[in-house]
Ligand binder design. Structure first.
Ligand SMILES: [Zn+2]
Length: 491
C-alpha cells in the first residue's frame, strides 16, 4: 500500500482520528419499496421498471410493508429505539440515474435512533453509537463499461431505482481504522443474522461511506472532515482511512488546512483523491414527501416484528461457550454464519459429546477445507457427519487415526462421512465366543465398576462397552457386546 510522505511516529501520536460511518444496506424484499417491480439482481438492463420507479408524471408511490418490517427488524437488532411516527422526505438533487430528480428518504424523523453495536477493544467491549437507521429508495446505476461504445458513452440502468435501502449512520465514536473495520464486520454479521439483507458487497447490497477527521489529542472540537465514498471492501475502507489519517496530519503539521470534501479511494495506488469540494456539495432542500402518509408503527406490529428477531451472534457465542464447553475462538468460527451455527448446534445436540464435535470441526475440518480452498458451506462432510464420527470416536469404535483417514477419503471422494464410513468401516467381529472372552477379561479387570453397576448404577455398562470396543478396535458387533455384557454383569 502506498502512503503519504512519511509522518513521524511522534507527530502521529499527537493526533487522534475521529471516524463515523454511513452504511447502506439493500433489503431482501421481492419487490421495490414503492412499486411492485422485481428487485432481482442481474436482470437485463431497464426491464424491472414501471411508471413509479421511472418517475413518470402522475405515478404515485405505495409503501412496501415488508420493507418496513425488515428495516424495523434490523433497527431492533442494532439496539435502536423505533420511532412510532417517521416521515418520508424528498432529497432533491439532479443525477442521470435518478429519474425523479429526488430520492425518497427520511430526514428529521427517521425510522429509528439511539442504537449501538459492541466491538471488541483492548479495554473490553466498546459501544459504538448508532445515530439513526432510516428507510430510503436506491438510485439507478450509471454504466461506464460492458457495452458497445462504452468508451464514449455512459449508459443508465434503472433496475436498481427504488430497491429498498436502510441507511445506518454511526456516531463519530470510532477512533481508529481498525475499530471501523471491526464495526463493519459486526454490523454485517448482525444484519446477516436477521436475514433482511444478503450484504453482498460485490453486488452492492452493502455499501459504505466514511467520514474522517483528525484533531490534536485532548482537543474537544472536531477537525475538518473528509468523506470517503464508494469503497467496496472493508479492508479497502481500513486502508483508505489509514491513508487519509496520514494525509490530514501531514497537512496540519505543515501548517495547512484540511479542506472539507468528498474523496474516492484508488485501491491500486492505495490513495484517496478529491472528487468534489464542499463548494460543489449538494444542498438537498429536503421537504416532507407529499405523496406518502407519515409512517406509523403501533406497538402491536412492533411486537410481532420482535418475535422474528433471532438470537444475535454475540449472545449466541456466549451461550455456546457455556452450553458446549467450547472456547470463545471455537464459538467465533462456528457462528461465522447463522446456517453454520444452526447446523453445528443441531449436530452437537445429537452427539454424545458436543465438545468433541467442536474439536473435530477445529482440528480436522477447517484445515482440510482451507487446503482445498472451500468455504465451510461447501464441505463434503456435513455437520451430522461430524456428529456421527464424534460418536464413533467417543465409543472407541474408531481410533483417531482411522477418523483422520476417513475424513481424507471424504474429501477425496467428495462424499459425506456416513457414506465413506459405511464402505470403509472395519469388518465386524460376530464370533460370540471371541467377544465373550474379551467381555470376561474386561469385567474381571474392573471390579470397582462392576460393584457400581451392581449397586444400581446401570449406566456404567457404557464404560464396559467402550472398553470392549477399544479392545477390538471397534470391530465387535455392538449389539452382541451389549447383550453379553448385560448377561455377565447381571449375574
Ligand atoms: Zn417500478
Amino acid at each position: 500500500m502506498a502512503t503519504t510522505p512519511e509522518i513521524s511516529i511522534r507527530a502521529r501520536s499527537r493526533y487522534e482520528p475521529v471516524i463515523g460511518l454511513e452504511v447502506h444496506v439493500q433489503l431482501l424484499t421481492a419487490s421495490k419499496i414503492f412499486c411492485s417491480c422485481s428487485t432481482k439482481f442481474g436482470a437485463p438492463p431497464n426491464t424491472n421498471v414501471c411508471p413509479v420507479c421511472l418517475g413518470l408524471p402522475g405515478a404515485l408511490p405505495v409503501l412496501n410493508r415488508k420493507a418496513v418490517q425488515f428495516a424495523a427488524l434490523a433497527a431492533m437488532a442494532l439496539n435502536c429505539r423505533i420511532n412510532q411516527t417517521s416521515i418520508f422526505a424528498r432529497k432533491n438533487y439532479f443525477y442521470p440515474d435518478l429519474p425523479k430528480g429526488y430520492q425518497i428518504s427520511q430526514y428529521d424523523k427517521p425510522l429509528a435512533e439511539f442504537g449501538w453495536i459492541g466491538i471488541p477493544s483492548e479495554a473490553g467491549e466498546k459501544k459504538i453509537g448508532i445515530t439513526r437507521v432510516h428507510l430510503e429508495e436506491d438510485a439507478g446505476k450509471s454504466l461506464h463499461e460492458g457495452f458497445a461504445n462504452s468508451s464514449e458513452t455512459t449508459a443508465i440502468d434503472l433496475n436498481r431505482t427504488g430497491v429498498p435501502l436502510i441507511e445506518i449512520v454511526s456516531e463519530p465514536d470510532l477512533a481508529s481504522p481498525e475499530e471501523a473495520y471491526e464495526y463493519l464486520t459486526r454490523l454485517k454479521e448482525i444484519v446477516l443474522y436477521t436475514g433482511v439483507s444478503d450484504c453482498n458487497m460485490e453486488e452492492g447490497s452493502l455499501r459504505c461511506d466514511a467520514n474522517i477527521s483528525v484533531r490534536l489529542r485532548g482537543q474537544k472540537e472536531f477537525g475538518t472532515k473528509a468523506e470517503i465514498k464508494n469503497v467496496n471492501s472493508f479492508r479497502f475502507i481500513r486502508d483508505a482511512l489509514e491513508y487519509e489519517i496520514d494525509r490530514q496530519i501531514g497537512i496540519l503539521e505543515s501548517g495547512g488546512k484540511v479542506t472539507q470534501e468528498t474523496r474516492l479511494y484508488d485501491a491500486h495506488r492505495g490513495q484517496t483523491y478529491s472528487m468534489r469540494s464542499k463548494e460543489e456539495a449538494h444542498d438537498y432542500r429536503y421537504f416532507p414527501e407529499p405523496d406518502l402518509m407519515p409512517l406509523v408503527l403501533y406497538e402491536k406490529s412492533l411486537a410481532e416484528i420482535r418475535t422474528t428477531l433471532p438470537e444475535l451472534p454475540d449472545a449466541r457465542r456466549k451461550r455456546m461457550v457455556e452450553e458446549y464447553g467450547i472456547t470463545p475462538y471455537d464459538a467465533q468460527v462456528l457462528t461465522a454464519s447463522r446456517t453454520l451455527a444452526d447446523e453445528f448446534e443441531a449436530a452437537a445436540k445429537r452427539a454424545k459429546n458436543p465438545k468433541r464435535v467442536a474439536n473435530l470441526v477445529q482440528s480436522e475440518l477447517l484445515g482440510r477445507l482451507k487446503a482445498k480452498g472451500l468455504e465451510i458451506g461447501q464441505s463434503p462432510i456435513s455437520m451430522s457427519g461430524i456428529a456421527m464420527s464424534a460418536d464413533l470416536a467417543e465409543s472407541g469404535a474408531i481410533s483417531s487415526k482411522m477418523l483422520k483417514e476417513l475424513y481424507d477419503l471424504s474429501f477425496e471422494r467428495n462424499q459425506d462421512f456416513p457414506q465413506v464410513y459405511e464402505k470403509e468401516k472395519p469388518q465386524q467381529i460376530t464370533d460370540v465366543s471371541a467377544i465373550q472372552k474379551i467381555v470376561d477379561d474386561i469385567v474381571a479387570a474392573n471390579p470397582k465398576q462392576v460393584e457400581q453397576y451392581r449397586a444400581g448404577k446401570k449406566t456404567v455398562i457404557g464404560f464396559f462397552a467402550g472398553q470392549v470396543m477399544k479392545a477390538t478396535k471397534g470391530q465387535a458387533n455392538p449389539q452382541m457386546v451389549n447383550e453379553l455384557l448385560a448377561k455377565k454383569l447381571d449375574l
